[in-house]
Design a protein around this ligand. Structure first.
Ligand SMILES: Cc1cc2nc3c(=O)[nH]c(=O)nc-3n(C[C@H](O)[C@H](O)[C@H](O)COP(=O)(O)OP(=O)(O)OC[C@H]3O[C@@H](n4cnc5c(N)ncnc54)[C@H](O)[C@@H]3O)c2cc1C
Length: 384
């Protein structure tokens, strides 16, 4: 049975200067960004902003210099991420490449793949999407049915369908988890491989899905006799499951897992003014305490990752608690709107609240559902 720990992380000296630099950049860049675009801002696609951020050296900043990175520390990157999210910066274009696709290439990619794609990612110009989920294969990822068949000439033919693929219509690359060998019922995780594929390859069709709020955030991606070269295999044939699971710890542990609704808290503080009612005071105090606790826990996971540890349980706990927080905040704020907060339909506060009430139910689905995370925690603690 494992246990879990959230040891405090002491930020390195000089980090305040870096933070001030980021804040100055964001203040200038986001001066005309509407408040509603600052909510859940890591889902907001803005290629222009990603390129400007990259020009500062802040995309792929921990990667080796020979691939376009800057060899900064992962704690510095964490500080950058929390500043970006706190300011509501539109980081959705490059977020996945910076967070997990680039690191996957560094860990498993061939030299050719690294040289071909990492510098463009670090310039904030090349974006990658995650091709894991399929109809009937979300939580139960091992049941993916998209298959890759090796051709006599060594190339691969891919057929199947991915779904919920965030920003696929605006990315150049996808990392797809596919079945490359028949299912072994005794070990369903075997026989899966990852492929790094350019999305303009013939045989790929992308169909955006309109979500509840009318946005086309995610897509269906169809592979129809799509032929890709042997060089598109990412890592080791048949090792796709282990590679993919490693990516998930990066996907689940960042500050975006508790900061998606922070813009609403900032709006609440603004409309509450200097003399909030007693009810508002209590809500503000409780929320601030919760944000701070989640921040310390999330930072602790970042510290463990920086030390090369595998904080799977801790990351799952932060994501579960963080998602619960960012989902409950809009409902809580809605319940106290008659306690001294003025409601004007077109106000920033109402727009942010309305947007988050509609979109926050998805927060605990993306990146693994609440039930799946609790299963991971329970298994890790030997409780099931
Ligand atoms: C905004 C958003 C963005 C996304 N982006 C991407 C993306 O870019 N790439 C990608 O590949 N996927 C993406 N997804 C898909 C996401 O990973 C899946 O929705 C998620 O894994 C759940 O899978 P599912 O939708 O098939 O639901 P299911 O797996 O069918 O689950 C349905 C319900 O059953 C519960 N359940 C399932 N199995 C169990 C179990 N064993 N025990 C208890 N309860 C269980 C689940 O918790 C859930 O409540 C995105 C989803 C959202 C909402």
């Amino acid at each position: 049975m494992q246990s879990f720990s959230f040891d405090p992380v002491v930020l390195p000296p000089g980090i305040g200067e870096f933070r001030a630099q980021i804040r100055a950049f964001l203040k200038a860049e986001l001066v005309s960004t509407p408040a509603v675009k600052k909510a859940n801002s890591w889902a907001v696609y803005d290629a222009g902003f990603s390129k400007k951020l990259a020009a500062q050296g802040w995309v792929g900043m921990v990667w080796p210099k020979r691939y376009g990175g800057y060899e900064r520390s992962s704690i510095e990157r964490y500080v950058l991420l929390e500043e970006l999210l706190a300011a509501g910066a539109p980081v959705g274009a490059h977020w996945i490449a910076d967070r997990q696709s680039g690191p996957a290439l560094l860990k498993f990619g061939s030299e050719e793949q690294r040289q071909k794609y990492l510098p463009g990612m670090a310039r904030g110009e090349v974006y990658c999407c995650i091709g894991m989920s399929e109809p009937n294969a979300g939580s139960d990822l091992a049941s993916v049915r998209t298959r890759a068949e090796r051709q006599p000439d060594g190339r691969w033919k891919i057929n199947g369908q991915k779904i919920w693929t965030t920003q696929a219509q605006r990315c150049q690359l996808i990392i797809a988890l596919v079945r490359s060998a028949p299912v072994d019922e005794k070990n369903r995780q075997a026989g899966l491989s990852q492929f790094l594929i350019e999305l303009n390859t013939p045989g790929i069709r992308i169909r955006p899905i309109v979500d509840l709020i009318g946005e086309t955030h995610f897509n269906e991606v169809f592979f129809e006799d799509c032929i890709v070269g042997a060089e598109c295999l990412l890592g080791v044939e048949g090792a796709g499951w282990a590679q993919c699971t490693g990516e998930l710890s990066l996907e689940r542990s960042g500050p975006e897992r508790y900061m998606s609704s922070l813009a609403l808290f900032l709006e609440l503080l603004r409309v509450a003014g200097p003399n909030p009612s007693e009810v508002l005071r209590q809500v503000i105090g409780r929320t601030a305490a919760e944000v701070w606790t989640l921040r310390q826990m999330s930072l602790s996971v970042a510290g463990q990752l920086a030390q090369g540890k595998d904080p799977t349980i801790e990351a799952a706990i932060v994501k579960d608690l963080g998602n619960s927080f960012e989902q409950s905040l809009p409902v809580l704020v809605q319940s106290i709107t008659d306690s001294g907060v003025r409601l004007e339909d077109d106000s920033d506060f109402v727009q942010v609240l309305t947007y988050l009430l509609q979109t926050s139910p998805s927060f605990s689905m993306r990146g693994g559902t609440r039930e799946i995370l609790r299963g991971i925690i329970a298994r890790g603690l030997g409780l099931r």
